[in-house]
Ligand binder design. Structure first.
Ligand SMILES: Nc1ncnc2c1ncn2[C@@H]1O[C@H](COP(=O)(O)OP(=O)(O)OP(=O)(O)O)[C@@H](O)[C@H]1O
Length: 241
């Protein structure tokens, strides 16, 4: 479903990833963790081809970064559901119209639009909110609308970039639960986050960004809460045995 082969990513000539190799199978739920500025957003942007690799190739949903044409990028993005930290809803349209907008672009018929929106809103427990304006909803509800918008086109992959970054801890867990339920329907889900409590709540494959690459990781408890294990932790554990 997703692969990176020997990928270098740069932003304005600044290297962000070097020789990245990664495979994500269809249906996986994967956390991408790393401190602020480590490159979570950059990695997710490369998957929706906002950024092209400097070297190597990325494959996602049947497209390849080497061979994709500019005009095909919107087609790729229709197969992806993207969720941002700051929701990015259209403030001048109600919830229904925010979702209808992405379906109208592809010429979906009105009757089908209604059915798809009802189903998407139901998936995030907001079937009653279709006529609400985004500004009258709480942050958590706005993020649920954004998730409904991401799934309304029945994507193959969900890419969530700090989806709980603007939310309190309880609401963050609620949002994660919705994302998990969507993933359980078979949609491959990548969540970029620095909220280790989220990962601890629902452990799943965790990839940590460090030294411009990604490493399989797990969380360990420390004096300051949960954090990804480092190579030195493994060495210390081995020495204690
Ligand atoms: N346009 C740009 N040109 C050069 N460097 C950039 C540009 N945009 C971001 N960066 C740098 O690239 C690095 C990776 O940024 P990125 O936003 O991917 O990290 P992040 O892990 O998502 O951070 P955060 O958790 O704070 O959102 C950072 O060091 C950032 O300063």
């Amino acid at each position: 479903m997703i692969s990176f082969v020997n990928v270098d990513l740069e932003l304005n000539k600044k290297p962000i990833f070097r020789n990245l190799n990664l495979t994500v199978q269809s249906g996986e739920l994967v956390y991408i963790v790393g401190k602020s500025g480590s490159g979570k957003t950059t990695l997710l942007k490369s998957l929706y081809m906002e950024i092209q690799p400097k070297k190597g190739e990325i494959q996602i949903a049947g497209y390849n970064s080497r061979t994709i044409r500019k005009r095909q990028i919107p087609h790729l993005r229709r197969k992806l559901g993207i969720v941002f930290q700051d929701f990015r809803l259209l403030e001048d349209r109600n919830v229904y119209d925010n979702l209808a907008f992405v379906l109208k672009v592809t010429g979906t018929k009105e009757k089908l639009i209604k059915e798809k929106i009802a189903h998407a809103l139901q998936s995030v427990g907001l079937e009653h909110a279709a006529k609400q304006m985004p500004m009258n909803l709480s942050g958590g509800e706005q993020q649920r609308v954004a998730i409904a918008r991401a799934i309304v086109r029945e994507p193959l992959v969900i890419l969530a970039d700090e989806p709980t970054g603007n939310l309190d801890p309880d609401t963050s867990i609620e949002i994660l639960e919705y994302l998990k339920r969507i993933n359980q329907k078979g949609i491959t889900t990548l969540i970029g986050t620095h909220d280790y409590e989220l990962v601890r709540h629902s452990p799943s494959r965790t990839l940590q960004i460090s030294d411009m690459t990604l490493a399989e990781s797990c969380l360990i408890e420390s004096e300051t809460g949960y954090r990804p294990a480092r190579a030195t932790d493994i060495k210390t554990a081995a020495e204690a045995m």
